[in-house]
Ligand binder design. Structure first.
Ligand SMILES: *Cc1c(COP(=O)(O)O)cnc(C)c1O
Length: 229
């Protein structure tokens, strides 16, 4: 099977799973976690009909965007950033990024706001939350979200539209389920207390756990290995 055929088949399977597990399948978007693909393989991804590219490294994102610019198709793609963020690299993608999933600290939120202001742009963002409280994980702790909420909301060039999390590496289904449930509960609470229902997105679920995430209300799943193999 060609890569395009593999991706098409996997996309169809994932779409069936979305219908099966999500309470609102029409709201769910699939972000390809495309770090596994080089720029030519990424063309196959595009040709399979996929629309959203999620990159977690700035250098790779730049190379792939440039390749798609040369092909004249980059505006047919929604470009997402899903990796850890550094202030000095924001300038390389702020002009075209459609959603940043990984706003994991106040200082980076302020830096995005500043770069966006310079360009008179408003950047769509998700706050990354460390629900599982693992030391190794990026993201705001729940209490840090509440401590910083007024500052975050005062950043006028940042449009916060939801939350993102990563579940721990474990076989324990209940642990994973509780992390996703925790993100949804936090989102619902923030919507009532601070956002007036504006937090529409929950980015949660990867190849190994997206079905659980869907059952807990994910609106964005980030899929890598399951799409390309
Ligand atoms: C790689 C990656 C994924 C997807 O991982 P798979 O397990 O291969 O589906 C999702 N989110 C982020 C932030 C990633 O870096």
């Amino acid at each position: 099977m060609s890569l395009k055929e593999t991706i098409t088949k996997n996309l169809n399977e994932i779409k069936e799973d979305i219908k099966k597990y999500s309470p609102y399948p029409e709201k769910v978007k699939i972000v390809g976690a495309t770090k596994y693909l080089d720029k030519y393989q990424l063309e196959e991804y595009f040709n399979s009909g996929a629309k959203i590219i999620g990159e977690n490294r700035v250098q790779a994102l730049r190379e792939k965007k440039e390749h798609f610019d040369n092909l004249g198709i980059s505006d047919k793609i929604s470009w997402h950033f899903i990796g850890s963020l550094q202030k000095n690299k924001l300038k390389y993608f702020i002009d075209y990024i459609d959603l940043i999933h990984s706003v994991d600290r106040l200082s980076i939120a302020e830096a995005i706001d500043k770069e966006a202001k310079k360009r008179e742009k408003i950047i769509n963002c998700l706050l990354e939350v460390n629900i599982s409280k693992e030391e190794s994980k990026h993201g705001f702790l729940v209490e840090e979200i509440y401590e910083n909420i007024h500052k975050l909301k005062s950043l006028n060039n940042l449009n916060i539209i939801g939350l993102m999390t990563m579940a721990p590496f474990t076989e324990d289904r209940d642990v994973i389920l509780n992390v996703f449930k925790g993100l949804k509960t936090l989102r619902d609470e923030l919507n009532v207390k601070h956002f007036n229902g504006e937090l529409t997105e929950l980015s949660m679920g990867m190849s190994n756990d997206y079905k659980i995430a869907l059952s807990q209300g994910a609106t964005i799943i980030r899929i890598g290995s399951k799409l390309f193999n």
